[in-house]
Design a protein around this ligand. Structure first.
Ligand SMILES: Nc1ncnc2c1ncn2[C@@H]1O[C@H](COP(=O)(O)OS(=O)(=O)O)[C@@H](OP(=O)(O)O)[C@H]1O
Length: 341
């Protein structure tokens, strides 16, 4: 199997070629550790393999037996109990800033879901590494468990649907969508937090401020044209294989949205109202118990940021811009998201 890191990548180091695998992986894995102390994401960021956590063994040897076997055999037994790495059967493919981290962290509470903490970016950036490289990133699963990952940029990657379909035509796809105007502001807020010197939201939004012409080549605007991106996916996947989760309802009624997702994945509805509480300080729903822990858990500081104030006229211009695309999207999905009230 191809090595995860090539010697040349390692030599480049974090200050080397920014496109080197090592630099990018380090960056991605660090980013994915955002929900600090959170289940597999935190384990992954600490470099611990997912199987380090106790899994339900296929055969549970008696405590006595485990003391008698040699360390080598014990290793083999535990490998058997941990299951095997499989390609994902379900993917959260988008959208950026839609609430994808919240959905994945909530889903992994389910005993029949195992997910990668980091964003693998296989179908957009690392496709050349091959499927075996991709599978090696996955946590081990037992029979009946679903392997998942989330990479929000897949939704706007032209090649992603064909590539995912080539892996398996049966892959289930989940897209968390959010009001494209709020999404654009959220996206901008994230960039601003990393590069405080970027131009204002207003100046990036318009090609020409006087005529009000929107710059559709700006990614923050482009990503929100959901109907256009969806069109590309529908060339490869039937609508029944794609589930659209409302980013707004994921906040106002997480258990309701999680119910729909569990049904879509063919899972028992185990994640319910009982798993959530609303954290007043955070202003978001949080988990009463995180996966693999008994403590309450909210998402990290980078989730649920305060957005800058955008002039109402700019917001209105954007609303007008998105309206026809939103209508098309409601029509295509047969779902009404209520962004245009
Ligand atoms: N429970 C909970 N806690 C915190 N944040 C929540 C939650 N549910 C949804 N959200 C919203 O998720 C937004 C970030 O979306 P993503 O995780 O998809 O972002 S990313 O693309 O992975 O960067 C994030 O966007 P911002 O509010 O702009 O920070 C949140 O609004």
């Amino acid at each position: 199997s191809p090595p995860l890191l090539r010697a040349s990548d390692a030599a480049a180091g974090p200050s080397g070629d920014p496109r080197s695998l090592r630099t990018r992986l380090t960056y991605e894995w660090t980013r994915a550790s955002e929900p600090a102390g959170f289940g597999a994401a935190a384990r992954a960021s600490r470099g611990l393999a997912d199987e380090a956590r106790p899994e339900r063994p296929l055969v549970s040897p008696s405590p006595d037996a485990s003391r008698k076997v040699s360390p080598r055999l014990a290793g083999k037994l535990s490998a058997l109990g941990d299951g095997s790495r499989k390609l994902p059967q379900a993917l959260i493919v988008g959208v950026k800033k839609g609430g994808t981290r919240a959905l994945l962290e909530f889903l992994r509470v389910h005993p029949d879901i195992r997910a990668v903490g980091a964003e693998p970016h296989f179908f957009d950036r690392h496709y050349d590494n091959g499927l075996q490289w991709y599978r090696d990133l996955m946590p081990k699963t037992l029979e009946g468990q679903i392997t998942m990952e989330k990479t929000p940029s897949y939704f706007v990657t032209r090649e992603a649907p064909a590539r995912i379909s080539a892996m398996s035509r049966d892959t289930k796809l989940i897209v968390v969508v959010r009001d494209p105007v709020t999404r654009a502001i959220s996206d901008y807020t994230q960039t601003l937090s990393k590069k405080p010197d970027i131009p204002s939201f207003e100046s990036l939004t318009f090609k020409n401020r006087t005529t009000g012409l929107i710059d559709t080549s700006w990614s923050a605007v482009q990503i929100g044209i959901y109907a256009k991106h969806l069109d590309n996916w529908l060339q490869y996947f039937p609508m029944e294989q794609i589930l659209f989760v409302s980013g707004e309802r994921l906040i106002s009624d997480p258990a309701g949205e999680l119910g729909r997702v569990q049904d879509f994945l063919g899972l028992k509805r185990i994640i319910t109202d009982k798993h959530f509480y609303f954290n007043q300080t955070k202003g978001f729903p949080c988990l009463k118990k995180a996966e693999g822990s008994s403590k309450p858990h909210c998402l990290g500081k980078t989730k649920g940021r305060t957005h800058p104030n955008i002039h109402p006229e700019v917001v209105q211009r954007l609303r007008d811009f998105y309206r026809p695309f939103n209508m098309k999207f409601y029509q295509m999905t047969g779902q009404f998201f209520g962004w245009d009230d």
